[in-house]
Design a protein around this ligand. Sequence first.
Ligand code: ARG
Length: 543
Amino acid sequence: MAAIGKVLRDRLAAAFETVTGSTVDPVLRRSRHADFQADGALALPGDRREIAAAVARAARLDDLCAKVEVAGPGFVNLTLADAALDRMLAEAAADERLGVSTVDPETVVVDYSGPNAAKEMHVGHLRSTVIGDAAVRVLEYLGHRVIRQNHLGDWGTNFGMLVEHYVDGGVIDESDLSAFYAAARRRFEADEAFRERARRRVILLQGGDADTIALWRSLVGVSRRYLLGVYDRLGVRLREGDFAGESTYNAELDGIVAHLRERGLLRVSDGAECAFPAGFATRDGAPLPLIVRKADGGYGYAATDLAALRYRVEELKATRLLYVVGAPQRQHLAMVFAVAEAAGWLAPPVRAQHVAFGSMLGTDGKMLRSRTGGAIRLTELLDEAVTRAGAAEVGMGALKYADLSTDRIKDHVFDFDRMLALTGDTGPYLQYAHVRTRSIIRKGGAEAAGGAFAVADPAEHALAVELLGFPGVVEHVGETLEFHRLTGYLYGLATAFTAFFERCSVLRAPEPARGGRLALCHLTARTLRTGLDLLGIEAPERM
Ligand code: ARG
């Protein structure tokens, strides 16, 4: 079954073609005066009202619309027929996937979370984890093969200092990684002898010294356990097997550089081997380097990203690569993609997409800080969400919903009071709307799902139109990864349900209205639950 929007768009496009002799986008959207309106005539030359009227006459919409009218400067207003709504609702209800069609399956790699070992996750990683998990869920629902990759920062010169502090008996505690990191850092800054040992330790680590590797592995292991605990609390789909830390690519890095060198893509600058992808310049217009191999011979973040990209394309056979990474890394990723294209690793049909997001700010508009002014600890943030909400699924749901309902590219203001409100565009409001649908269904008894749709009242009509919008929204979000479109849709659905419920009695209505209304409640419940699940938010039965 095609989504309602697509059916209308196709029919209108055919009518525009008949009238104008060319291909015209009907520009279909929801309308305040009818169910939908098509604004395609507005962009055309000539008498636009006349064109709209001709399109309205030519369009074959008898089976779908009760009214097709021209309004204003040339809008075509469409009102769906109740009988058509009944038919389409029945189709959606009979479909396990609520009318969402399966796509041509692709292999999609979603790179998300990406915290750093031996450090605590920060709120940026939280955003990546929440947004990435929603991406995984939506793409899996659409039928894609999704491979999760947690690009854990588990390698680099920092580990010299960390391993050395560990050797000296530094205690690393899963519940407070930042204390360990800070202690190592303090010694590194204060103590020249320690610094020297740390430097030698890096060389041992890079050389694969067995004892050093064992120590490093144990440090990273503690971090992984901590992270798995956080993922579990958040209810995200990241598992142990999804860790693909930076160290995974160590053995590939020589080959990466050799390949780039052979292709003439590297130039030595200040002793470092750099790529200068076309189109990237410094402020003064000089070519901008992407450092692939540092002057000391070591490899950094960029080399690892190139190796990971090649692995995802060549070994994992992905055709779509998503990077759920903060907006400040836009240039880094754009340069990595450009170099990968030049190297021949990234070419159509494979596409790489930076799913960027803004910073998490406090209500004062500044970077989020704890009450004492220090960096905020993620576990405390989660604890507070749950305590304030009174239930884990409500607290986590509120937190995720607040994040996903802001246009992700914008900075996100973290505000417990707002996100936990029971009214307005919040997680708890949506969960509560679902609870209400479930409670009616429970009271409606066994026959609740069995009734035939019988849309008659304007509030039923409005709810029906909302319900039929679900497939179009999910398909759109699968492409754009604009999750606020899905939250906006669900909020609209919950609002339409509330209006329906205030106006139409369900359980006390005579048949067939009662059965039809229960069927509407049922489909609303399923749509809310499925939509929330796509966002990684639970839909409890009671609240
Ligand atoms: N560990 C990085 C950070 O904390 C994020 C990794 C993002 N993924 C990537 N492939 N670069 O900023």
